[in-house]
Design a binder for this molecule. Structure first.
Ligand SMILES: Nc1ncnc2c1ncn2[C@@H]1O[C@H](COP(=O)(O)OP(=O)(O)OP(=O)(O)O)[C@@H](O)[C@H]1O
Ligand SMILES: [Mg+2]
Length: 328
């Protein structure tokens, strides 16, 4: 079985092809096409033409794997995600209930779309995981894909797809920190709950901004210096100020969790996204967090990307999407 994960991120359109055969999952192909600055902002497609031409460059790959199931993504910043207990049992009743509930959660104008999965049942009812958004948020990506003859079988939320990457977690909950170009996503999840999903605009582009300002470089040149890992002096100091802003978001998330659980239930922090490769960031965070933090804690076994660690980190979302496509 073949599956292609399609992620339109802020910095690039990323595709990854997975093959599942005899219980073994292998990456058989991958492609990334850079996007013009500002083509995607805050998870929204601003420059339809720019995204369209990047996806057109991917047509040969789609053709090569024409039998593959396509799984596309919508940014978590475009949706609301909730775990709730519904005092009902049947799928039909739950669906009708959620149709009203999502109208309450998203009171603006416009047609709503929502989806849910059942997490479990208990004496109070059914625990459901709900994702809801306006149709106007999902249409742009579907329309662009349609123009190149692609109809996804599944549309998933980027960071929810990321959860497919992890096997049984460390005891307790995990915080997934996906640091992209346009921002970062924080997702706290346990076996059967996702008590927190947050998006912040602190990400790789902000780190690059430090290099631009301090070294007086244009964006491209600043990206290069940042990726070279040549970071010292005043750049390091300023960069650490942005790390602090990101850390404050983590603290705010923990404070919120203390309000619910009376303690911090997070027992490990999982990193993902290109921004997490920023030199010094992991050590900086590790010095401040009381729990283990790393990229590969309990990561699911996938062959084919292990040789290129950076690529693996940047391709996490399309990998998670493609994994969703090969689920039974
Ligand atoms: N080796 C590296 N060192 C530091 N930063 C890096 C490195 N490689 C990539 N990046 C940064 O990672 C970011 C891109 O990561 P990623 O592909 O995860 O983001 P995205 O999915 O396009 O954005 P978003 O998720 O915010 O929409 C860019 O800011 C890029 O500069
Ligand atoms: Mg991303």
């Amino acid at each position: 079985m073949l599956s292609i994960g399609v992620d339109v991120g802020t910095s690039a359109v990323k595709l990854l092809v997975l093959q599942s055969k005899g219980g073994k999952v292998t990456v058989v192909d991958a492609k990334s096409v850079s996007l013009p600055m500002g083509a995607v902002r805050g998870g929204r497609i601003i420059d339809v033409q720019g995204v369209s031409s990047a996806l057109q460059e991917c047509i040969p790959l789609f053709r090569k794997y024409r039998r593959a199931k396509i799984v596309a993504a919508i940014s978590v910043s475009q949706v609301i995600v909730r775990t709730m207990t519904v005092p009902l049992a049947s799928e039909k009743e739950i669906k009708d209930f959620l149709a009203l509930e999502t109208e309450r959660l998203l009171p603006g104008e416009g047609e709503l779309v929502f989806d849910f999965s059942i997490l479990g049942r208990n004496t109070e009812g059914t625990d459901v995981f709900v994702v809801a958004t306006y149709r106007s948020a999902v249409d742009p990506i579907l329309n662009i894909l349609e123009t190149i003859g692609i109809t996804p079988s599944i549309l998933d939320v980027d960071v929810i797809a990321l959860l497919n990457l992890y096997e049984k977690q460390c005891k307790g909950m995990s915080l997934l920190l996906d640091i992209g170009a346009g921002g970062s996503n924080l997702v706290v999840f346990g076996d059967k709950e996702v008590p927190l999903v947050r998006h912040t605009t602190i990400g790789g582009n902000m780190f690059t901004g430090v290099f631009q300002r301090v070294l007086n470089l244009d964006f491209e040149a600043a990206e290069e210096v940042k990726k070279s890992g040549n970071i010292d002096g005043i750049v390091k100091e300023r960069l650490e100020e942005v790390f602090s802003d990101l850390y404050r978001e983590i603290e705010r998330a923990f404070d919120y969790l203390i309000g619910i659980y009376r303690e911090i239930p997070v027992k490990c922090v999982l990193l993902s996204g290109g921004g997490s490769l920023t030199k010094g960031l992991l050590d900086w965070l590790r010095d401040r967090l009381n729990v283990p933090i790393d990229w590969t804690i309990n990561c699911r076994e996938v062959e084919g990307l292990n040789g290129d660690f950076n690529k693996r980190v940047i391709m996490d979302v399309p990998l998670g999407l493609a994994l969703r496509g090969i689920e039974k």
